[in-house]
Design a protein around this ligand. Structure first.
Ligand code: ADP
Length: 351
């Protein structure tokens, strides 16, 4: 079922938590709302669920206006960060809750609870209480409970945030699997974690200060970010100042081949992993722009080292050097080579 938010605005007292928000999520599609804390992601999700009332705008599910419907009448599955299982109910009764509230026949409740527990791999835990489960297991039950009512829309608000790194990775894999098992459901997934968004979402909606900044397929946003904010929030791109004259774009006085100047675009966007560092004494392996810099910081991070180079007229450039390549030391002069295919231009508004 399609989820549509049209011009949705939400106020909490004098705080505007969501401003003129437009988004449409198709049946079978997963859209991640990604943005820093306080940017309005949860508020957008709560507006869809019916937990907050917009002061302006409409919400439609499958084309029907539900703006004035209470949450229980919307037929939506919701999973939040803190599991929110009923502590006094056993696992099976937690999963059965929504079905019983909808007065489904007993045989159907039993069958559906069985199916759901099997889907999340928790069949043998049916008789336990939530307190007898780990965080990851509780979250699986929360997902089983949300899906038991066969919702056509599933809302997930930071469902993995309370889990440790290892469990988070496991659950991310399970959520991917879940998407294949319920192919027609529309999923809205709130997260501040860009890797979760990149793994799970068909499209990412980037939010900032109560507004939608950009929305596009995850791969497009990553490869060619439309804004400086999205470029740095998603993958920590370098944003380097360029000069333009006519059609040409120059970085530190050097022509950047292949880039077309545009009046409103004056930052060169390049990801740290796309840049190569070379010793000044070595040949040039990379076609593109080559500027000389001085290494001001090196951090070893296992598979890669993060190197910060200071380049005259450009500023700091962050470079990720894979473990099998040459890593310069602090204070060394290096050639910073920017391959043309890794470069794009973005507008220079505050980012
Ligand atoms: P996010 O999910 O991106 O972290 P939220 O949607 O929770 O952001 O919050 C957006 C803004 O609205 C924040 O400034 C937050 O403090 C405010 N806010 C959220 N919920 C409430 C509330 N119940 N009462 C007052 N202010 C709120």
């Amino acid at each position: 079922m399609t989820v549509e938010l049209e011009d949705v605005t939400v106020h909490f007292g004098r705080t505007c938590a969501l401003e003129g928000f437009d988004l449409s999520v198709a049946a079978g599609e997963t859209v991640a709302l990604l943005g820093p804390s306080g940017s309005g992601k949860s508020t957008a999700l709560k507006a869809v669920a019916g937990f907050v009332r917009p002061s302006r705008g409409r919400i439609r599910l499958g084309g029907s206006d539900v703006t004035d419907l209470p949450p229980a009448k919307r037929g939506i599955g919701v999973v939040v960060q803190q599991y929110a299982l009923f502590p006094h109910l056993r696992v099976a009764d937690n999963v059965a809750f929504g079905l019983r509230a909808a007065r489904k026949p007993k045989a159907e409740v039993v069958r559906r609870v069985g199916e759901m527990l099997e889907m999340v791999g928790m069949t043998s835990y049916a008789r336990r209480f939530p307190r007898e489960l780990s965080g990851g297991q509780q979250q699986r039950i929360a997902i089983a409970r949300a899906l038991a009512i066969r919702p056509s829309v599933l809302l997930l608000d930071e469902p993995l945030a309370a889990l440790d790194a290892r469990l988070r990775a496991d659950m991310l894999g399970e959520l991917q699997k879940l998407r294949r098992e319920v192919p027609d459901i529309a999923i809205v997934y709130v997260t501040h974690d860009q890797s979760e968004a990149l793994v799970l979402a068909d499209r990412i909606a980037v939010m900032r200060d109560a507004r939608l900044v950009d929305v596009a397929p995850a791969a497009d946003l990553y490869a060619a970010p439309p804004s400086a904010f999205t470029a740095s929030f998603l993958g920590g791109a370098n944003l380097l100042p360029v000069e333009t004259s006519g059609d040409s774009v120059k970085l530190a006085g050097q022509l950047v081949p292949g880039l077309q100047a545009a009046r409103d675009k004056s930052l060169l966007c390049i990801r740290p992993h796309a840049i190569r560092l070379e010793s000044p004494s070595r040949g040039d392996e990379v076609s593109g722009v080559r500027v000389v810099g001085r290494v001001v910081a090196v951090q070893w991070r296992g598979a890669v080292s993060q190197v910060v180079c200071e380049v005259d007229g450009v500023g700091d450039v962050r470079v990720e050097v894979p473990v099998d390549r040459w890593v310069p030391g602090v204070g060394e002069r290096v050639v910073v080579a920017l391959p043309v295919e890794g470069c794009s231009l973005v507008p220079a508004e505050a980012g």
